[in-house]
Design a protein around this ligand. Structure first.
Ligand code: HEM
Length: 424
């Protein structure tokens, strides 16, 4: 698909030709195409692989503005024609409505109410108290492959860590956590593909969550689900459906994203040996500053969320000089905004110590990532342990052989084969 197909491209200015979007090459390295769009067509209407027409917003200033603009709704019912809203996920109407009425699909005032309720239970303190458990989970996963001398870091490490972490935090009993691992795997494998797999997984997850919430209601504990049931605001509580949808969004907003933070982050470090050595030296000296700024830089440099989730114009608006009609979908391309040279110096360079780094990897505005503290904890723990326990970690495949998932919203590797000196 040609980037010039939309109304805003200007290929006639003698510069490089417009890039092809959404093919294999783009999935592998979208950044040259984003540089072209930022320069020539910063708010660009294009046809997505699904056939839906949408605006891509690629400059940092426009992206930030769009993320904070309340005229851009998150409710798919605002999509003109709404074919996307009906068809994309493949989740049958009733189930879809039940689990999909969650933070990422609603606007104020409902969003404000639900976000306030969940924030009372999913607190930074709860995350901080969870630190030793994330450390144990991380150690346990590395124990399972460290003697082999080789591993697929996506499958054996980045994939299980966030699912077990959020299951534990929610209070899903250990014996049921592997079911979640399977359902999550099904959702990732079938995302954007045939509908049956996703619909089946969502149905199973919903039945399970509703049942679990009922059981917890009768036997409240310290876990996050119990916290969600307890949370109240001016006497208001989450309904059963709202609680189930909230658990669903916590599970799935935090799952593929964190896999990709660990996957893309490790890959970026392996590709930038000077930065990786600097981080290893700093970890060996017992410092955490570079790890903290480093995780933020990895989110900016090659973050998990390539495009923010869908938004739809509820009023005519002008963005980056383009008039956007009511009902049109807008995709804010976080990956492009975070490489904007107008905002970041040497944006294509990985600099783990970068200090002026207000990246958009966690979004911006009222939908700013609720799970950012947990994601930071998992990302920092995972990368620190990998680099410390497997100091000579290296890619086991030529980078050109690596396969990227190629979805619209997420950016991540299908597999990350590595080798290292076996360690006990
Ligand atoms: C929202 C990124 C991990 C829960 C978002 C948004 C982004 C994002 C960009 C805003 C989307 C938009 O405006 O369209 C990330 C990244 C993560 C991560 C890069 C990992 C590195 C997590 C985790 C959780 C989580 C671990 C929870 C356990 C949420 C929720 C929202 C959200 C609930 C919706 C907030 C709202 O609409 O008010 N995330 N996320 N995320 N994230 Fe995360």
């Amino acid at each position: 698909m040609d980037a010039s197909a939309g109304g805003s491209a200007d290929p006639a200015d003698g510069s490089a030709p417009p890039p092809t979007l959404f093919d294999w090459e783009f999935a592998t390295d979208p950044y040259p195409a984003y540089a072209w769009l930022r320069e020539h067509a910063p708010v660009h209407r294009t046809t997505l692989p699904s056939g839906v027409e949408a605006w891509l917003v690629t400059r940092y200033s426009d992206a930030r503005q769009a993320l904070a603009d309340q005229r851009l709704s998150k409710n798919p019912a605002h999509h003109e024609g709404s074919a996307h809203a009906k068809g994309r996920t493949g989740i049958p109407g009733e189930r879809k409505a039940e689990l999909m009425t969650h933070l990422l699909n609603i606007d104020p005032p409902d969003h404000t109410r639900l976000r306030r309720l969940v924030s009372k239970a999913f607190t930074p303190r709860r995350v901080a108290e969870f630190t030793p458990r994330v450390q144990e989970l991380t150690d346990h996963l590395i124990d399972q492959f460290c003697e082999k001398g080789e591993a697929d870091l996506i499958h054996e490490f980045a994939f299980p860590l966030p699912i077990y972490a959020i299951c534990e935090m929610l209070g899903v009993p250990r014996e049921d956590q592997d079911d979640f691992r399977d359902w999550a795997g099904m959702m990732i494998r079938h995302a954007g593909g045939p509908r049956g797999g996703v619909a089946r997984a969502v149905k199973q997850i919903r039945s399970y969550l509703v049942e679990l919430i009922r059981r917890k209601r009768d036997d409240l504990g310290d876990d996050l689900i119990s916290g969600l049931i307890r949370a109240s605001d001016h006497g208001e509580h989450l309904t059963e459906n709202e609680a189930a949808a909230m658990c669903f969004v916590l599970l799935f907003a935090g799952f593929e994203t964190t896999i990709n933070l660990i996957g893309n982050g490790t890959y970026a470090l392996l590709q930038n040996p000077d930065q990786r050595e600097r981080l290893q030296a700093s970890l060996a000296a017992g410092e955490t500053d570079l790890l903290e700024t480093g995780i933020e830089e990895l989110l900016r440099y090659d973050g998990p969320v390539e495009m923010a989730t869908w938004r739809y114009a509820t009023e005519p608006l002008t963005l980056g000089g383009q008039d956007i009609p009511v009902g049109d979908p807008v995709l804010v391309v976080l990956a492009a905004a975070d490489r904007d040279p107008e905002r970041f110096s040497e944006p294509d360079t990985l600099d783990l110590a970068r200090s002026d780094n207000q990246h958009l990897g966690y979004g911006h505005g009222i939908h700013y990532c609720l799970g950012a503290p947990l994601a930071r904890l998992e990302g920092q723990t995972a990368l620190a342990e990998l680099l410390t326990r497997l100091p000579d970690l290296e890619l086991a495949e030529d980078p050109s052989e690596l396969r990227w998932r190629g979805g619209l919203i997420m950016r991540g590797l299908r597999a990350l084969p590595v080798r290292f000196t076996p360690s006990p």
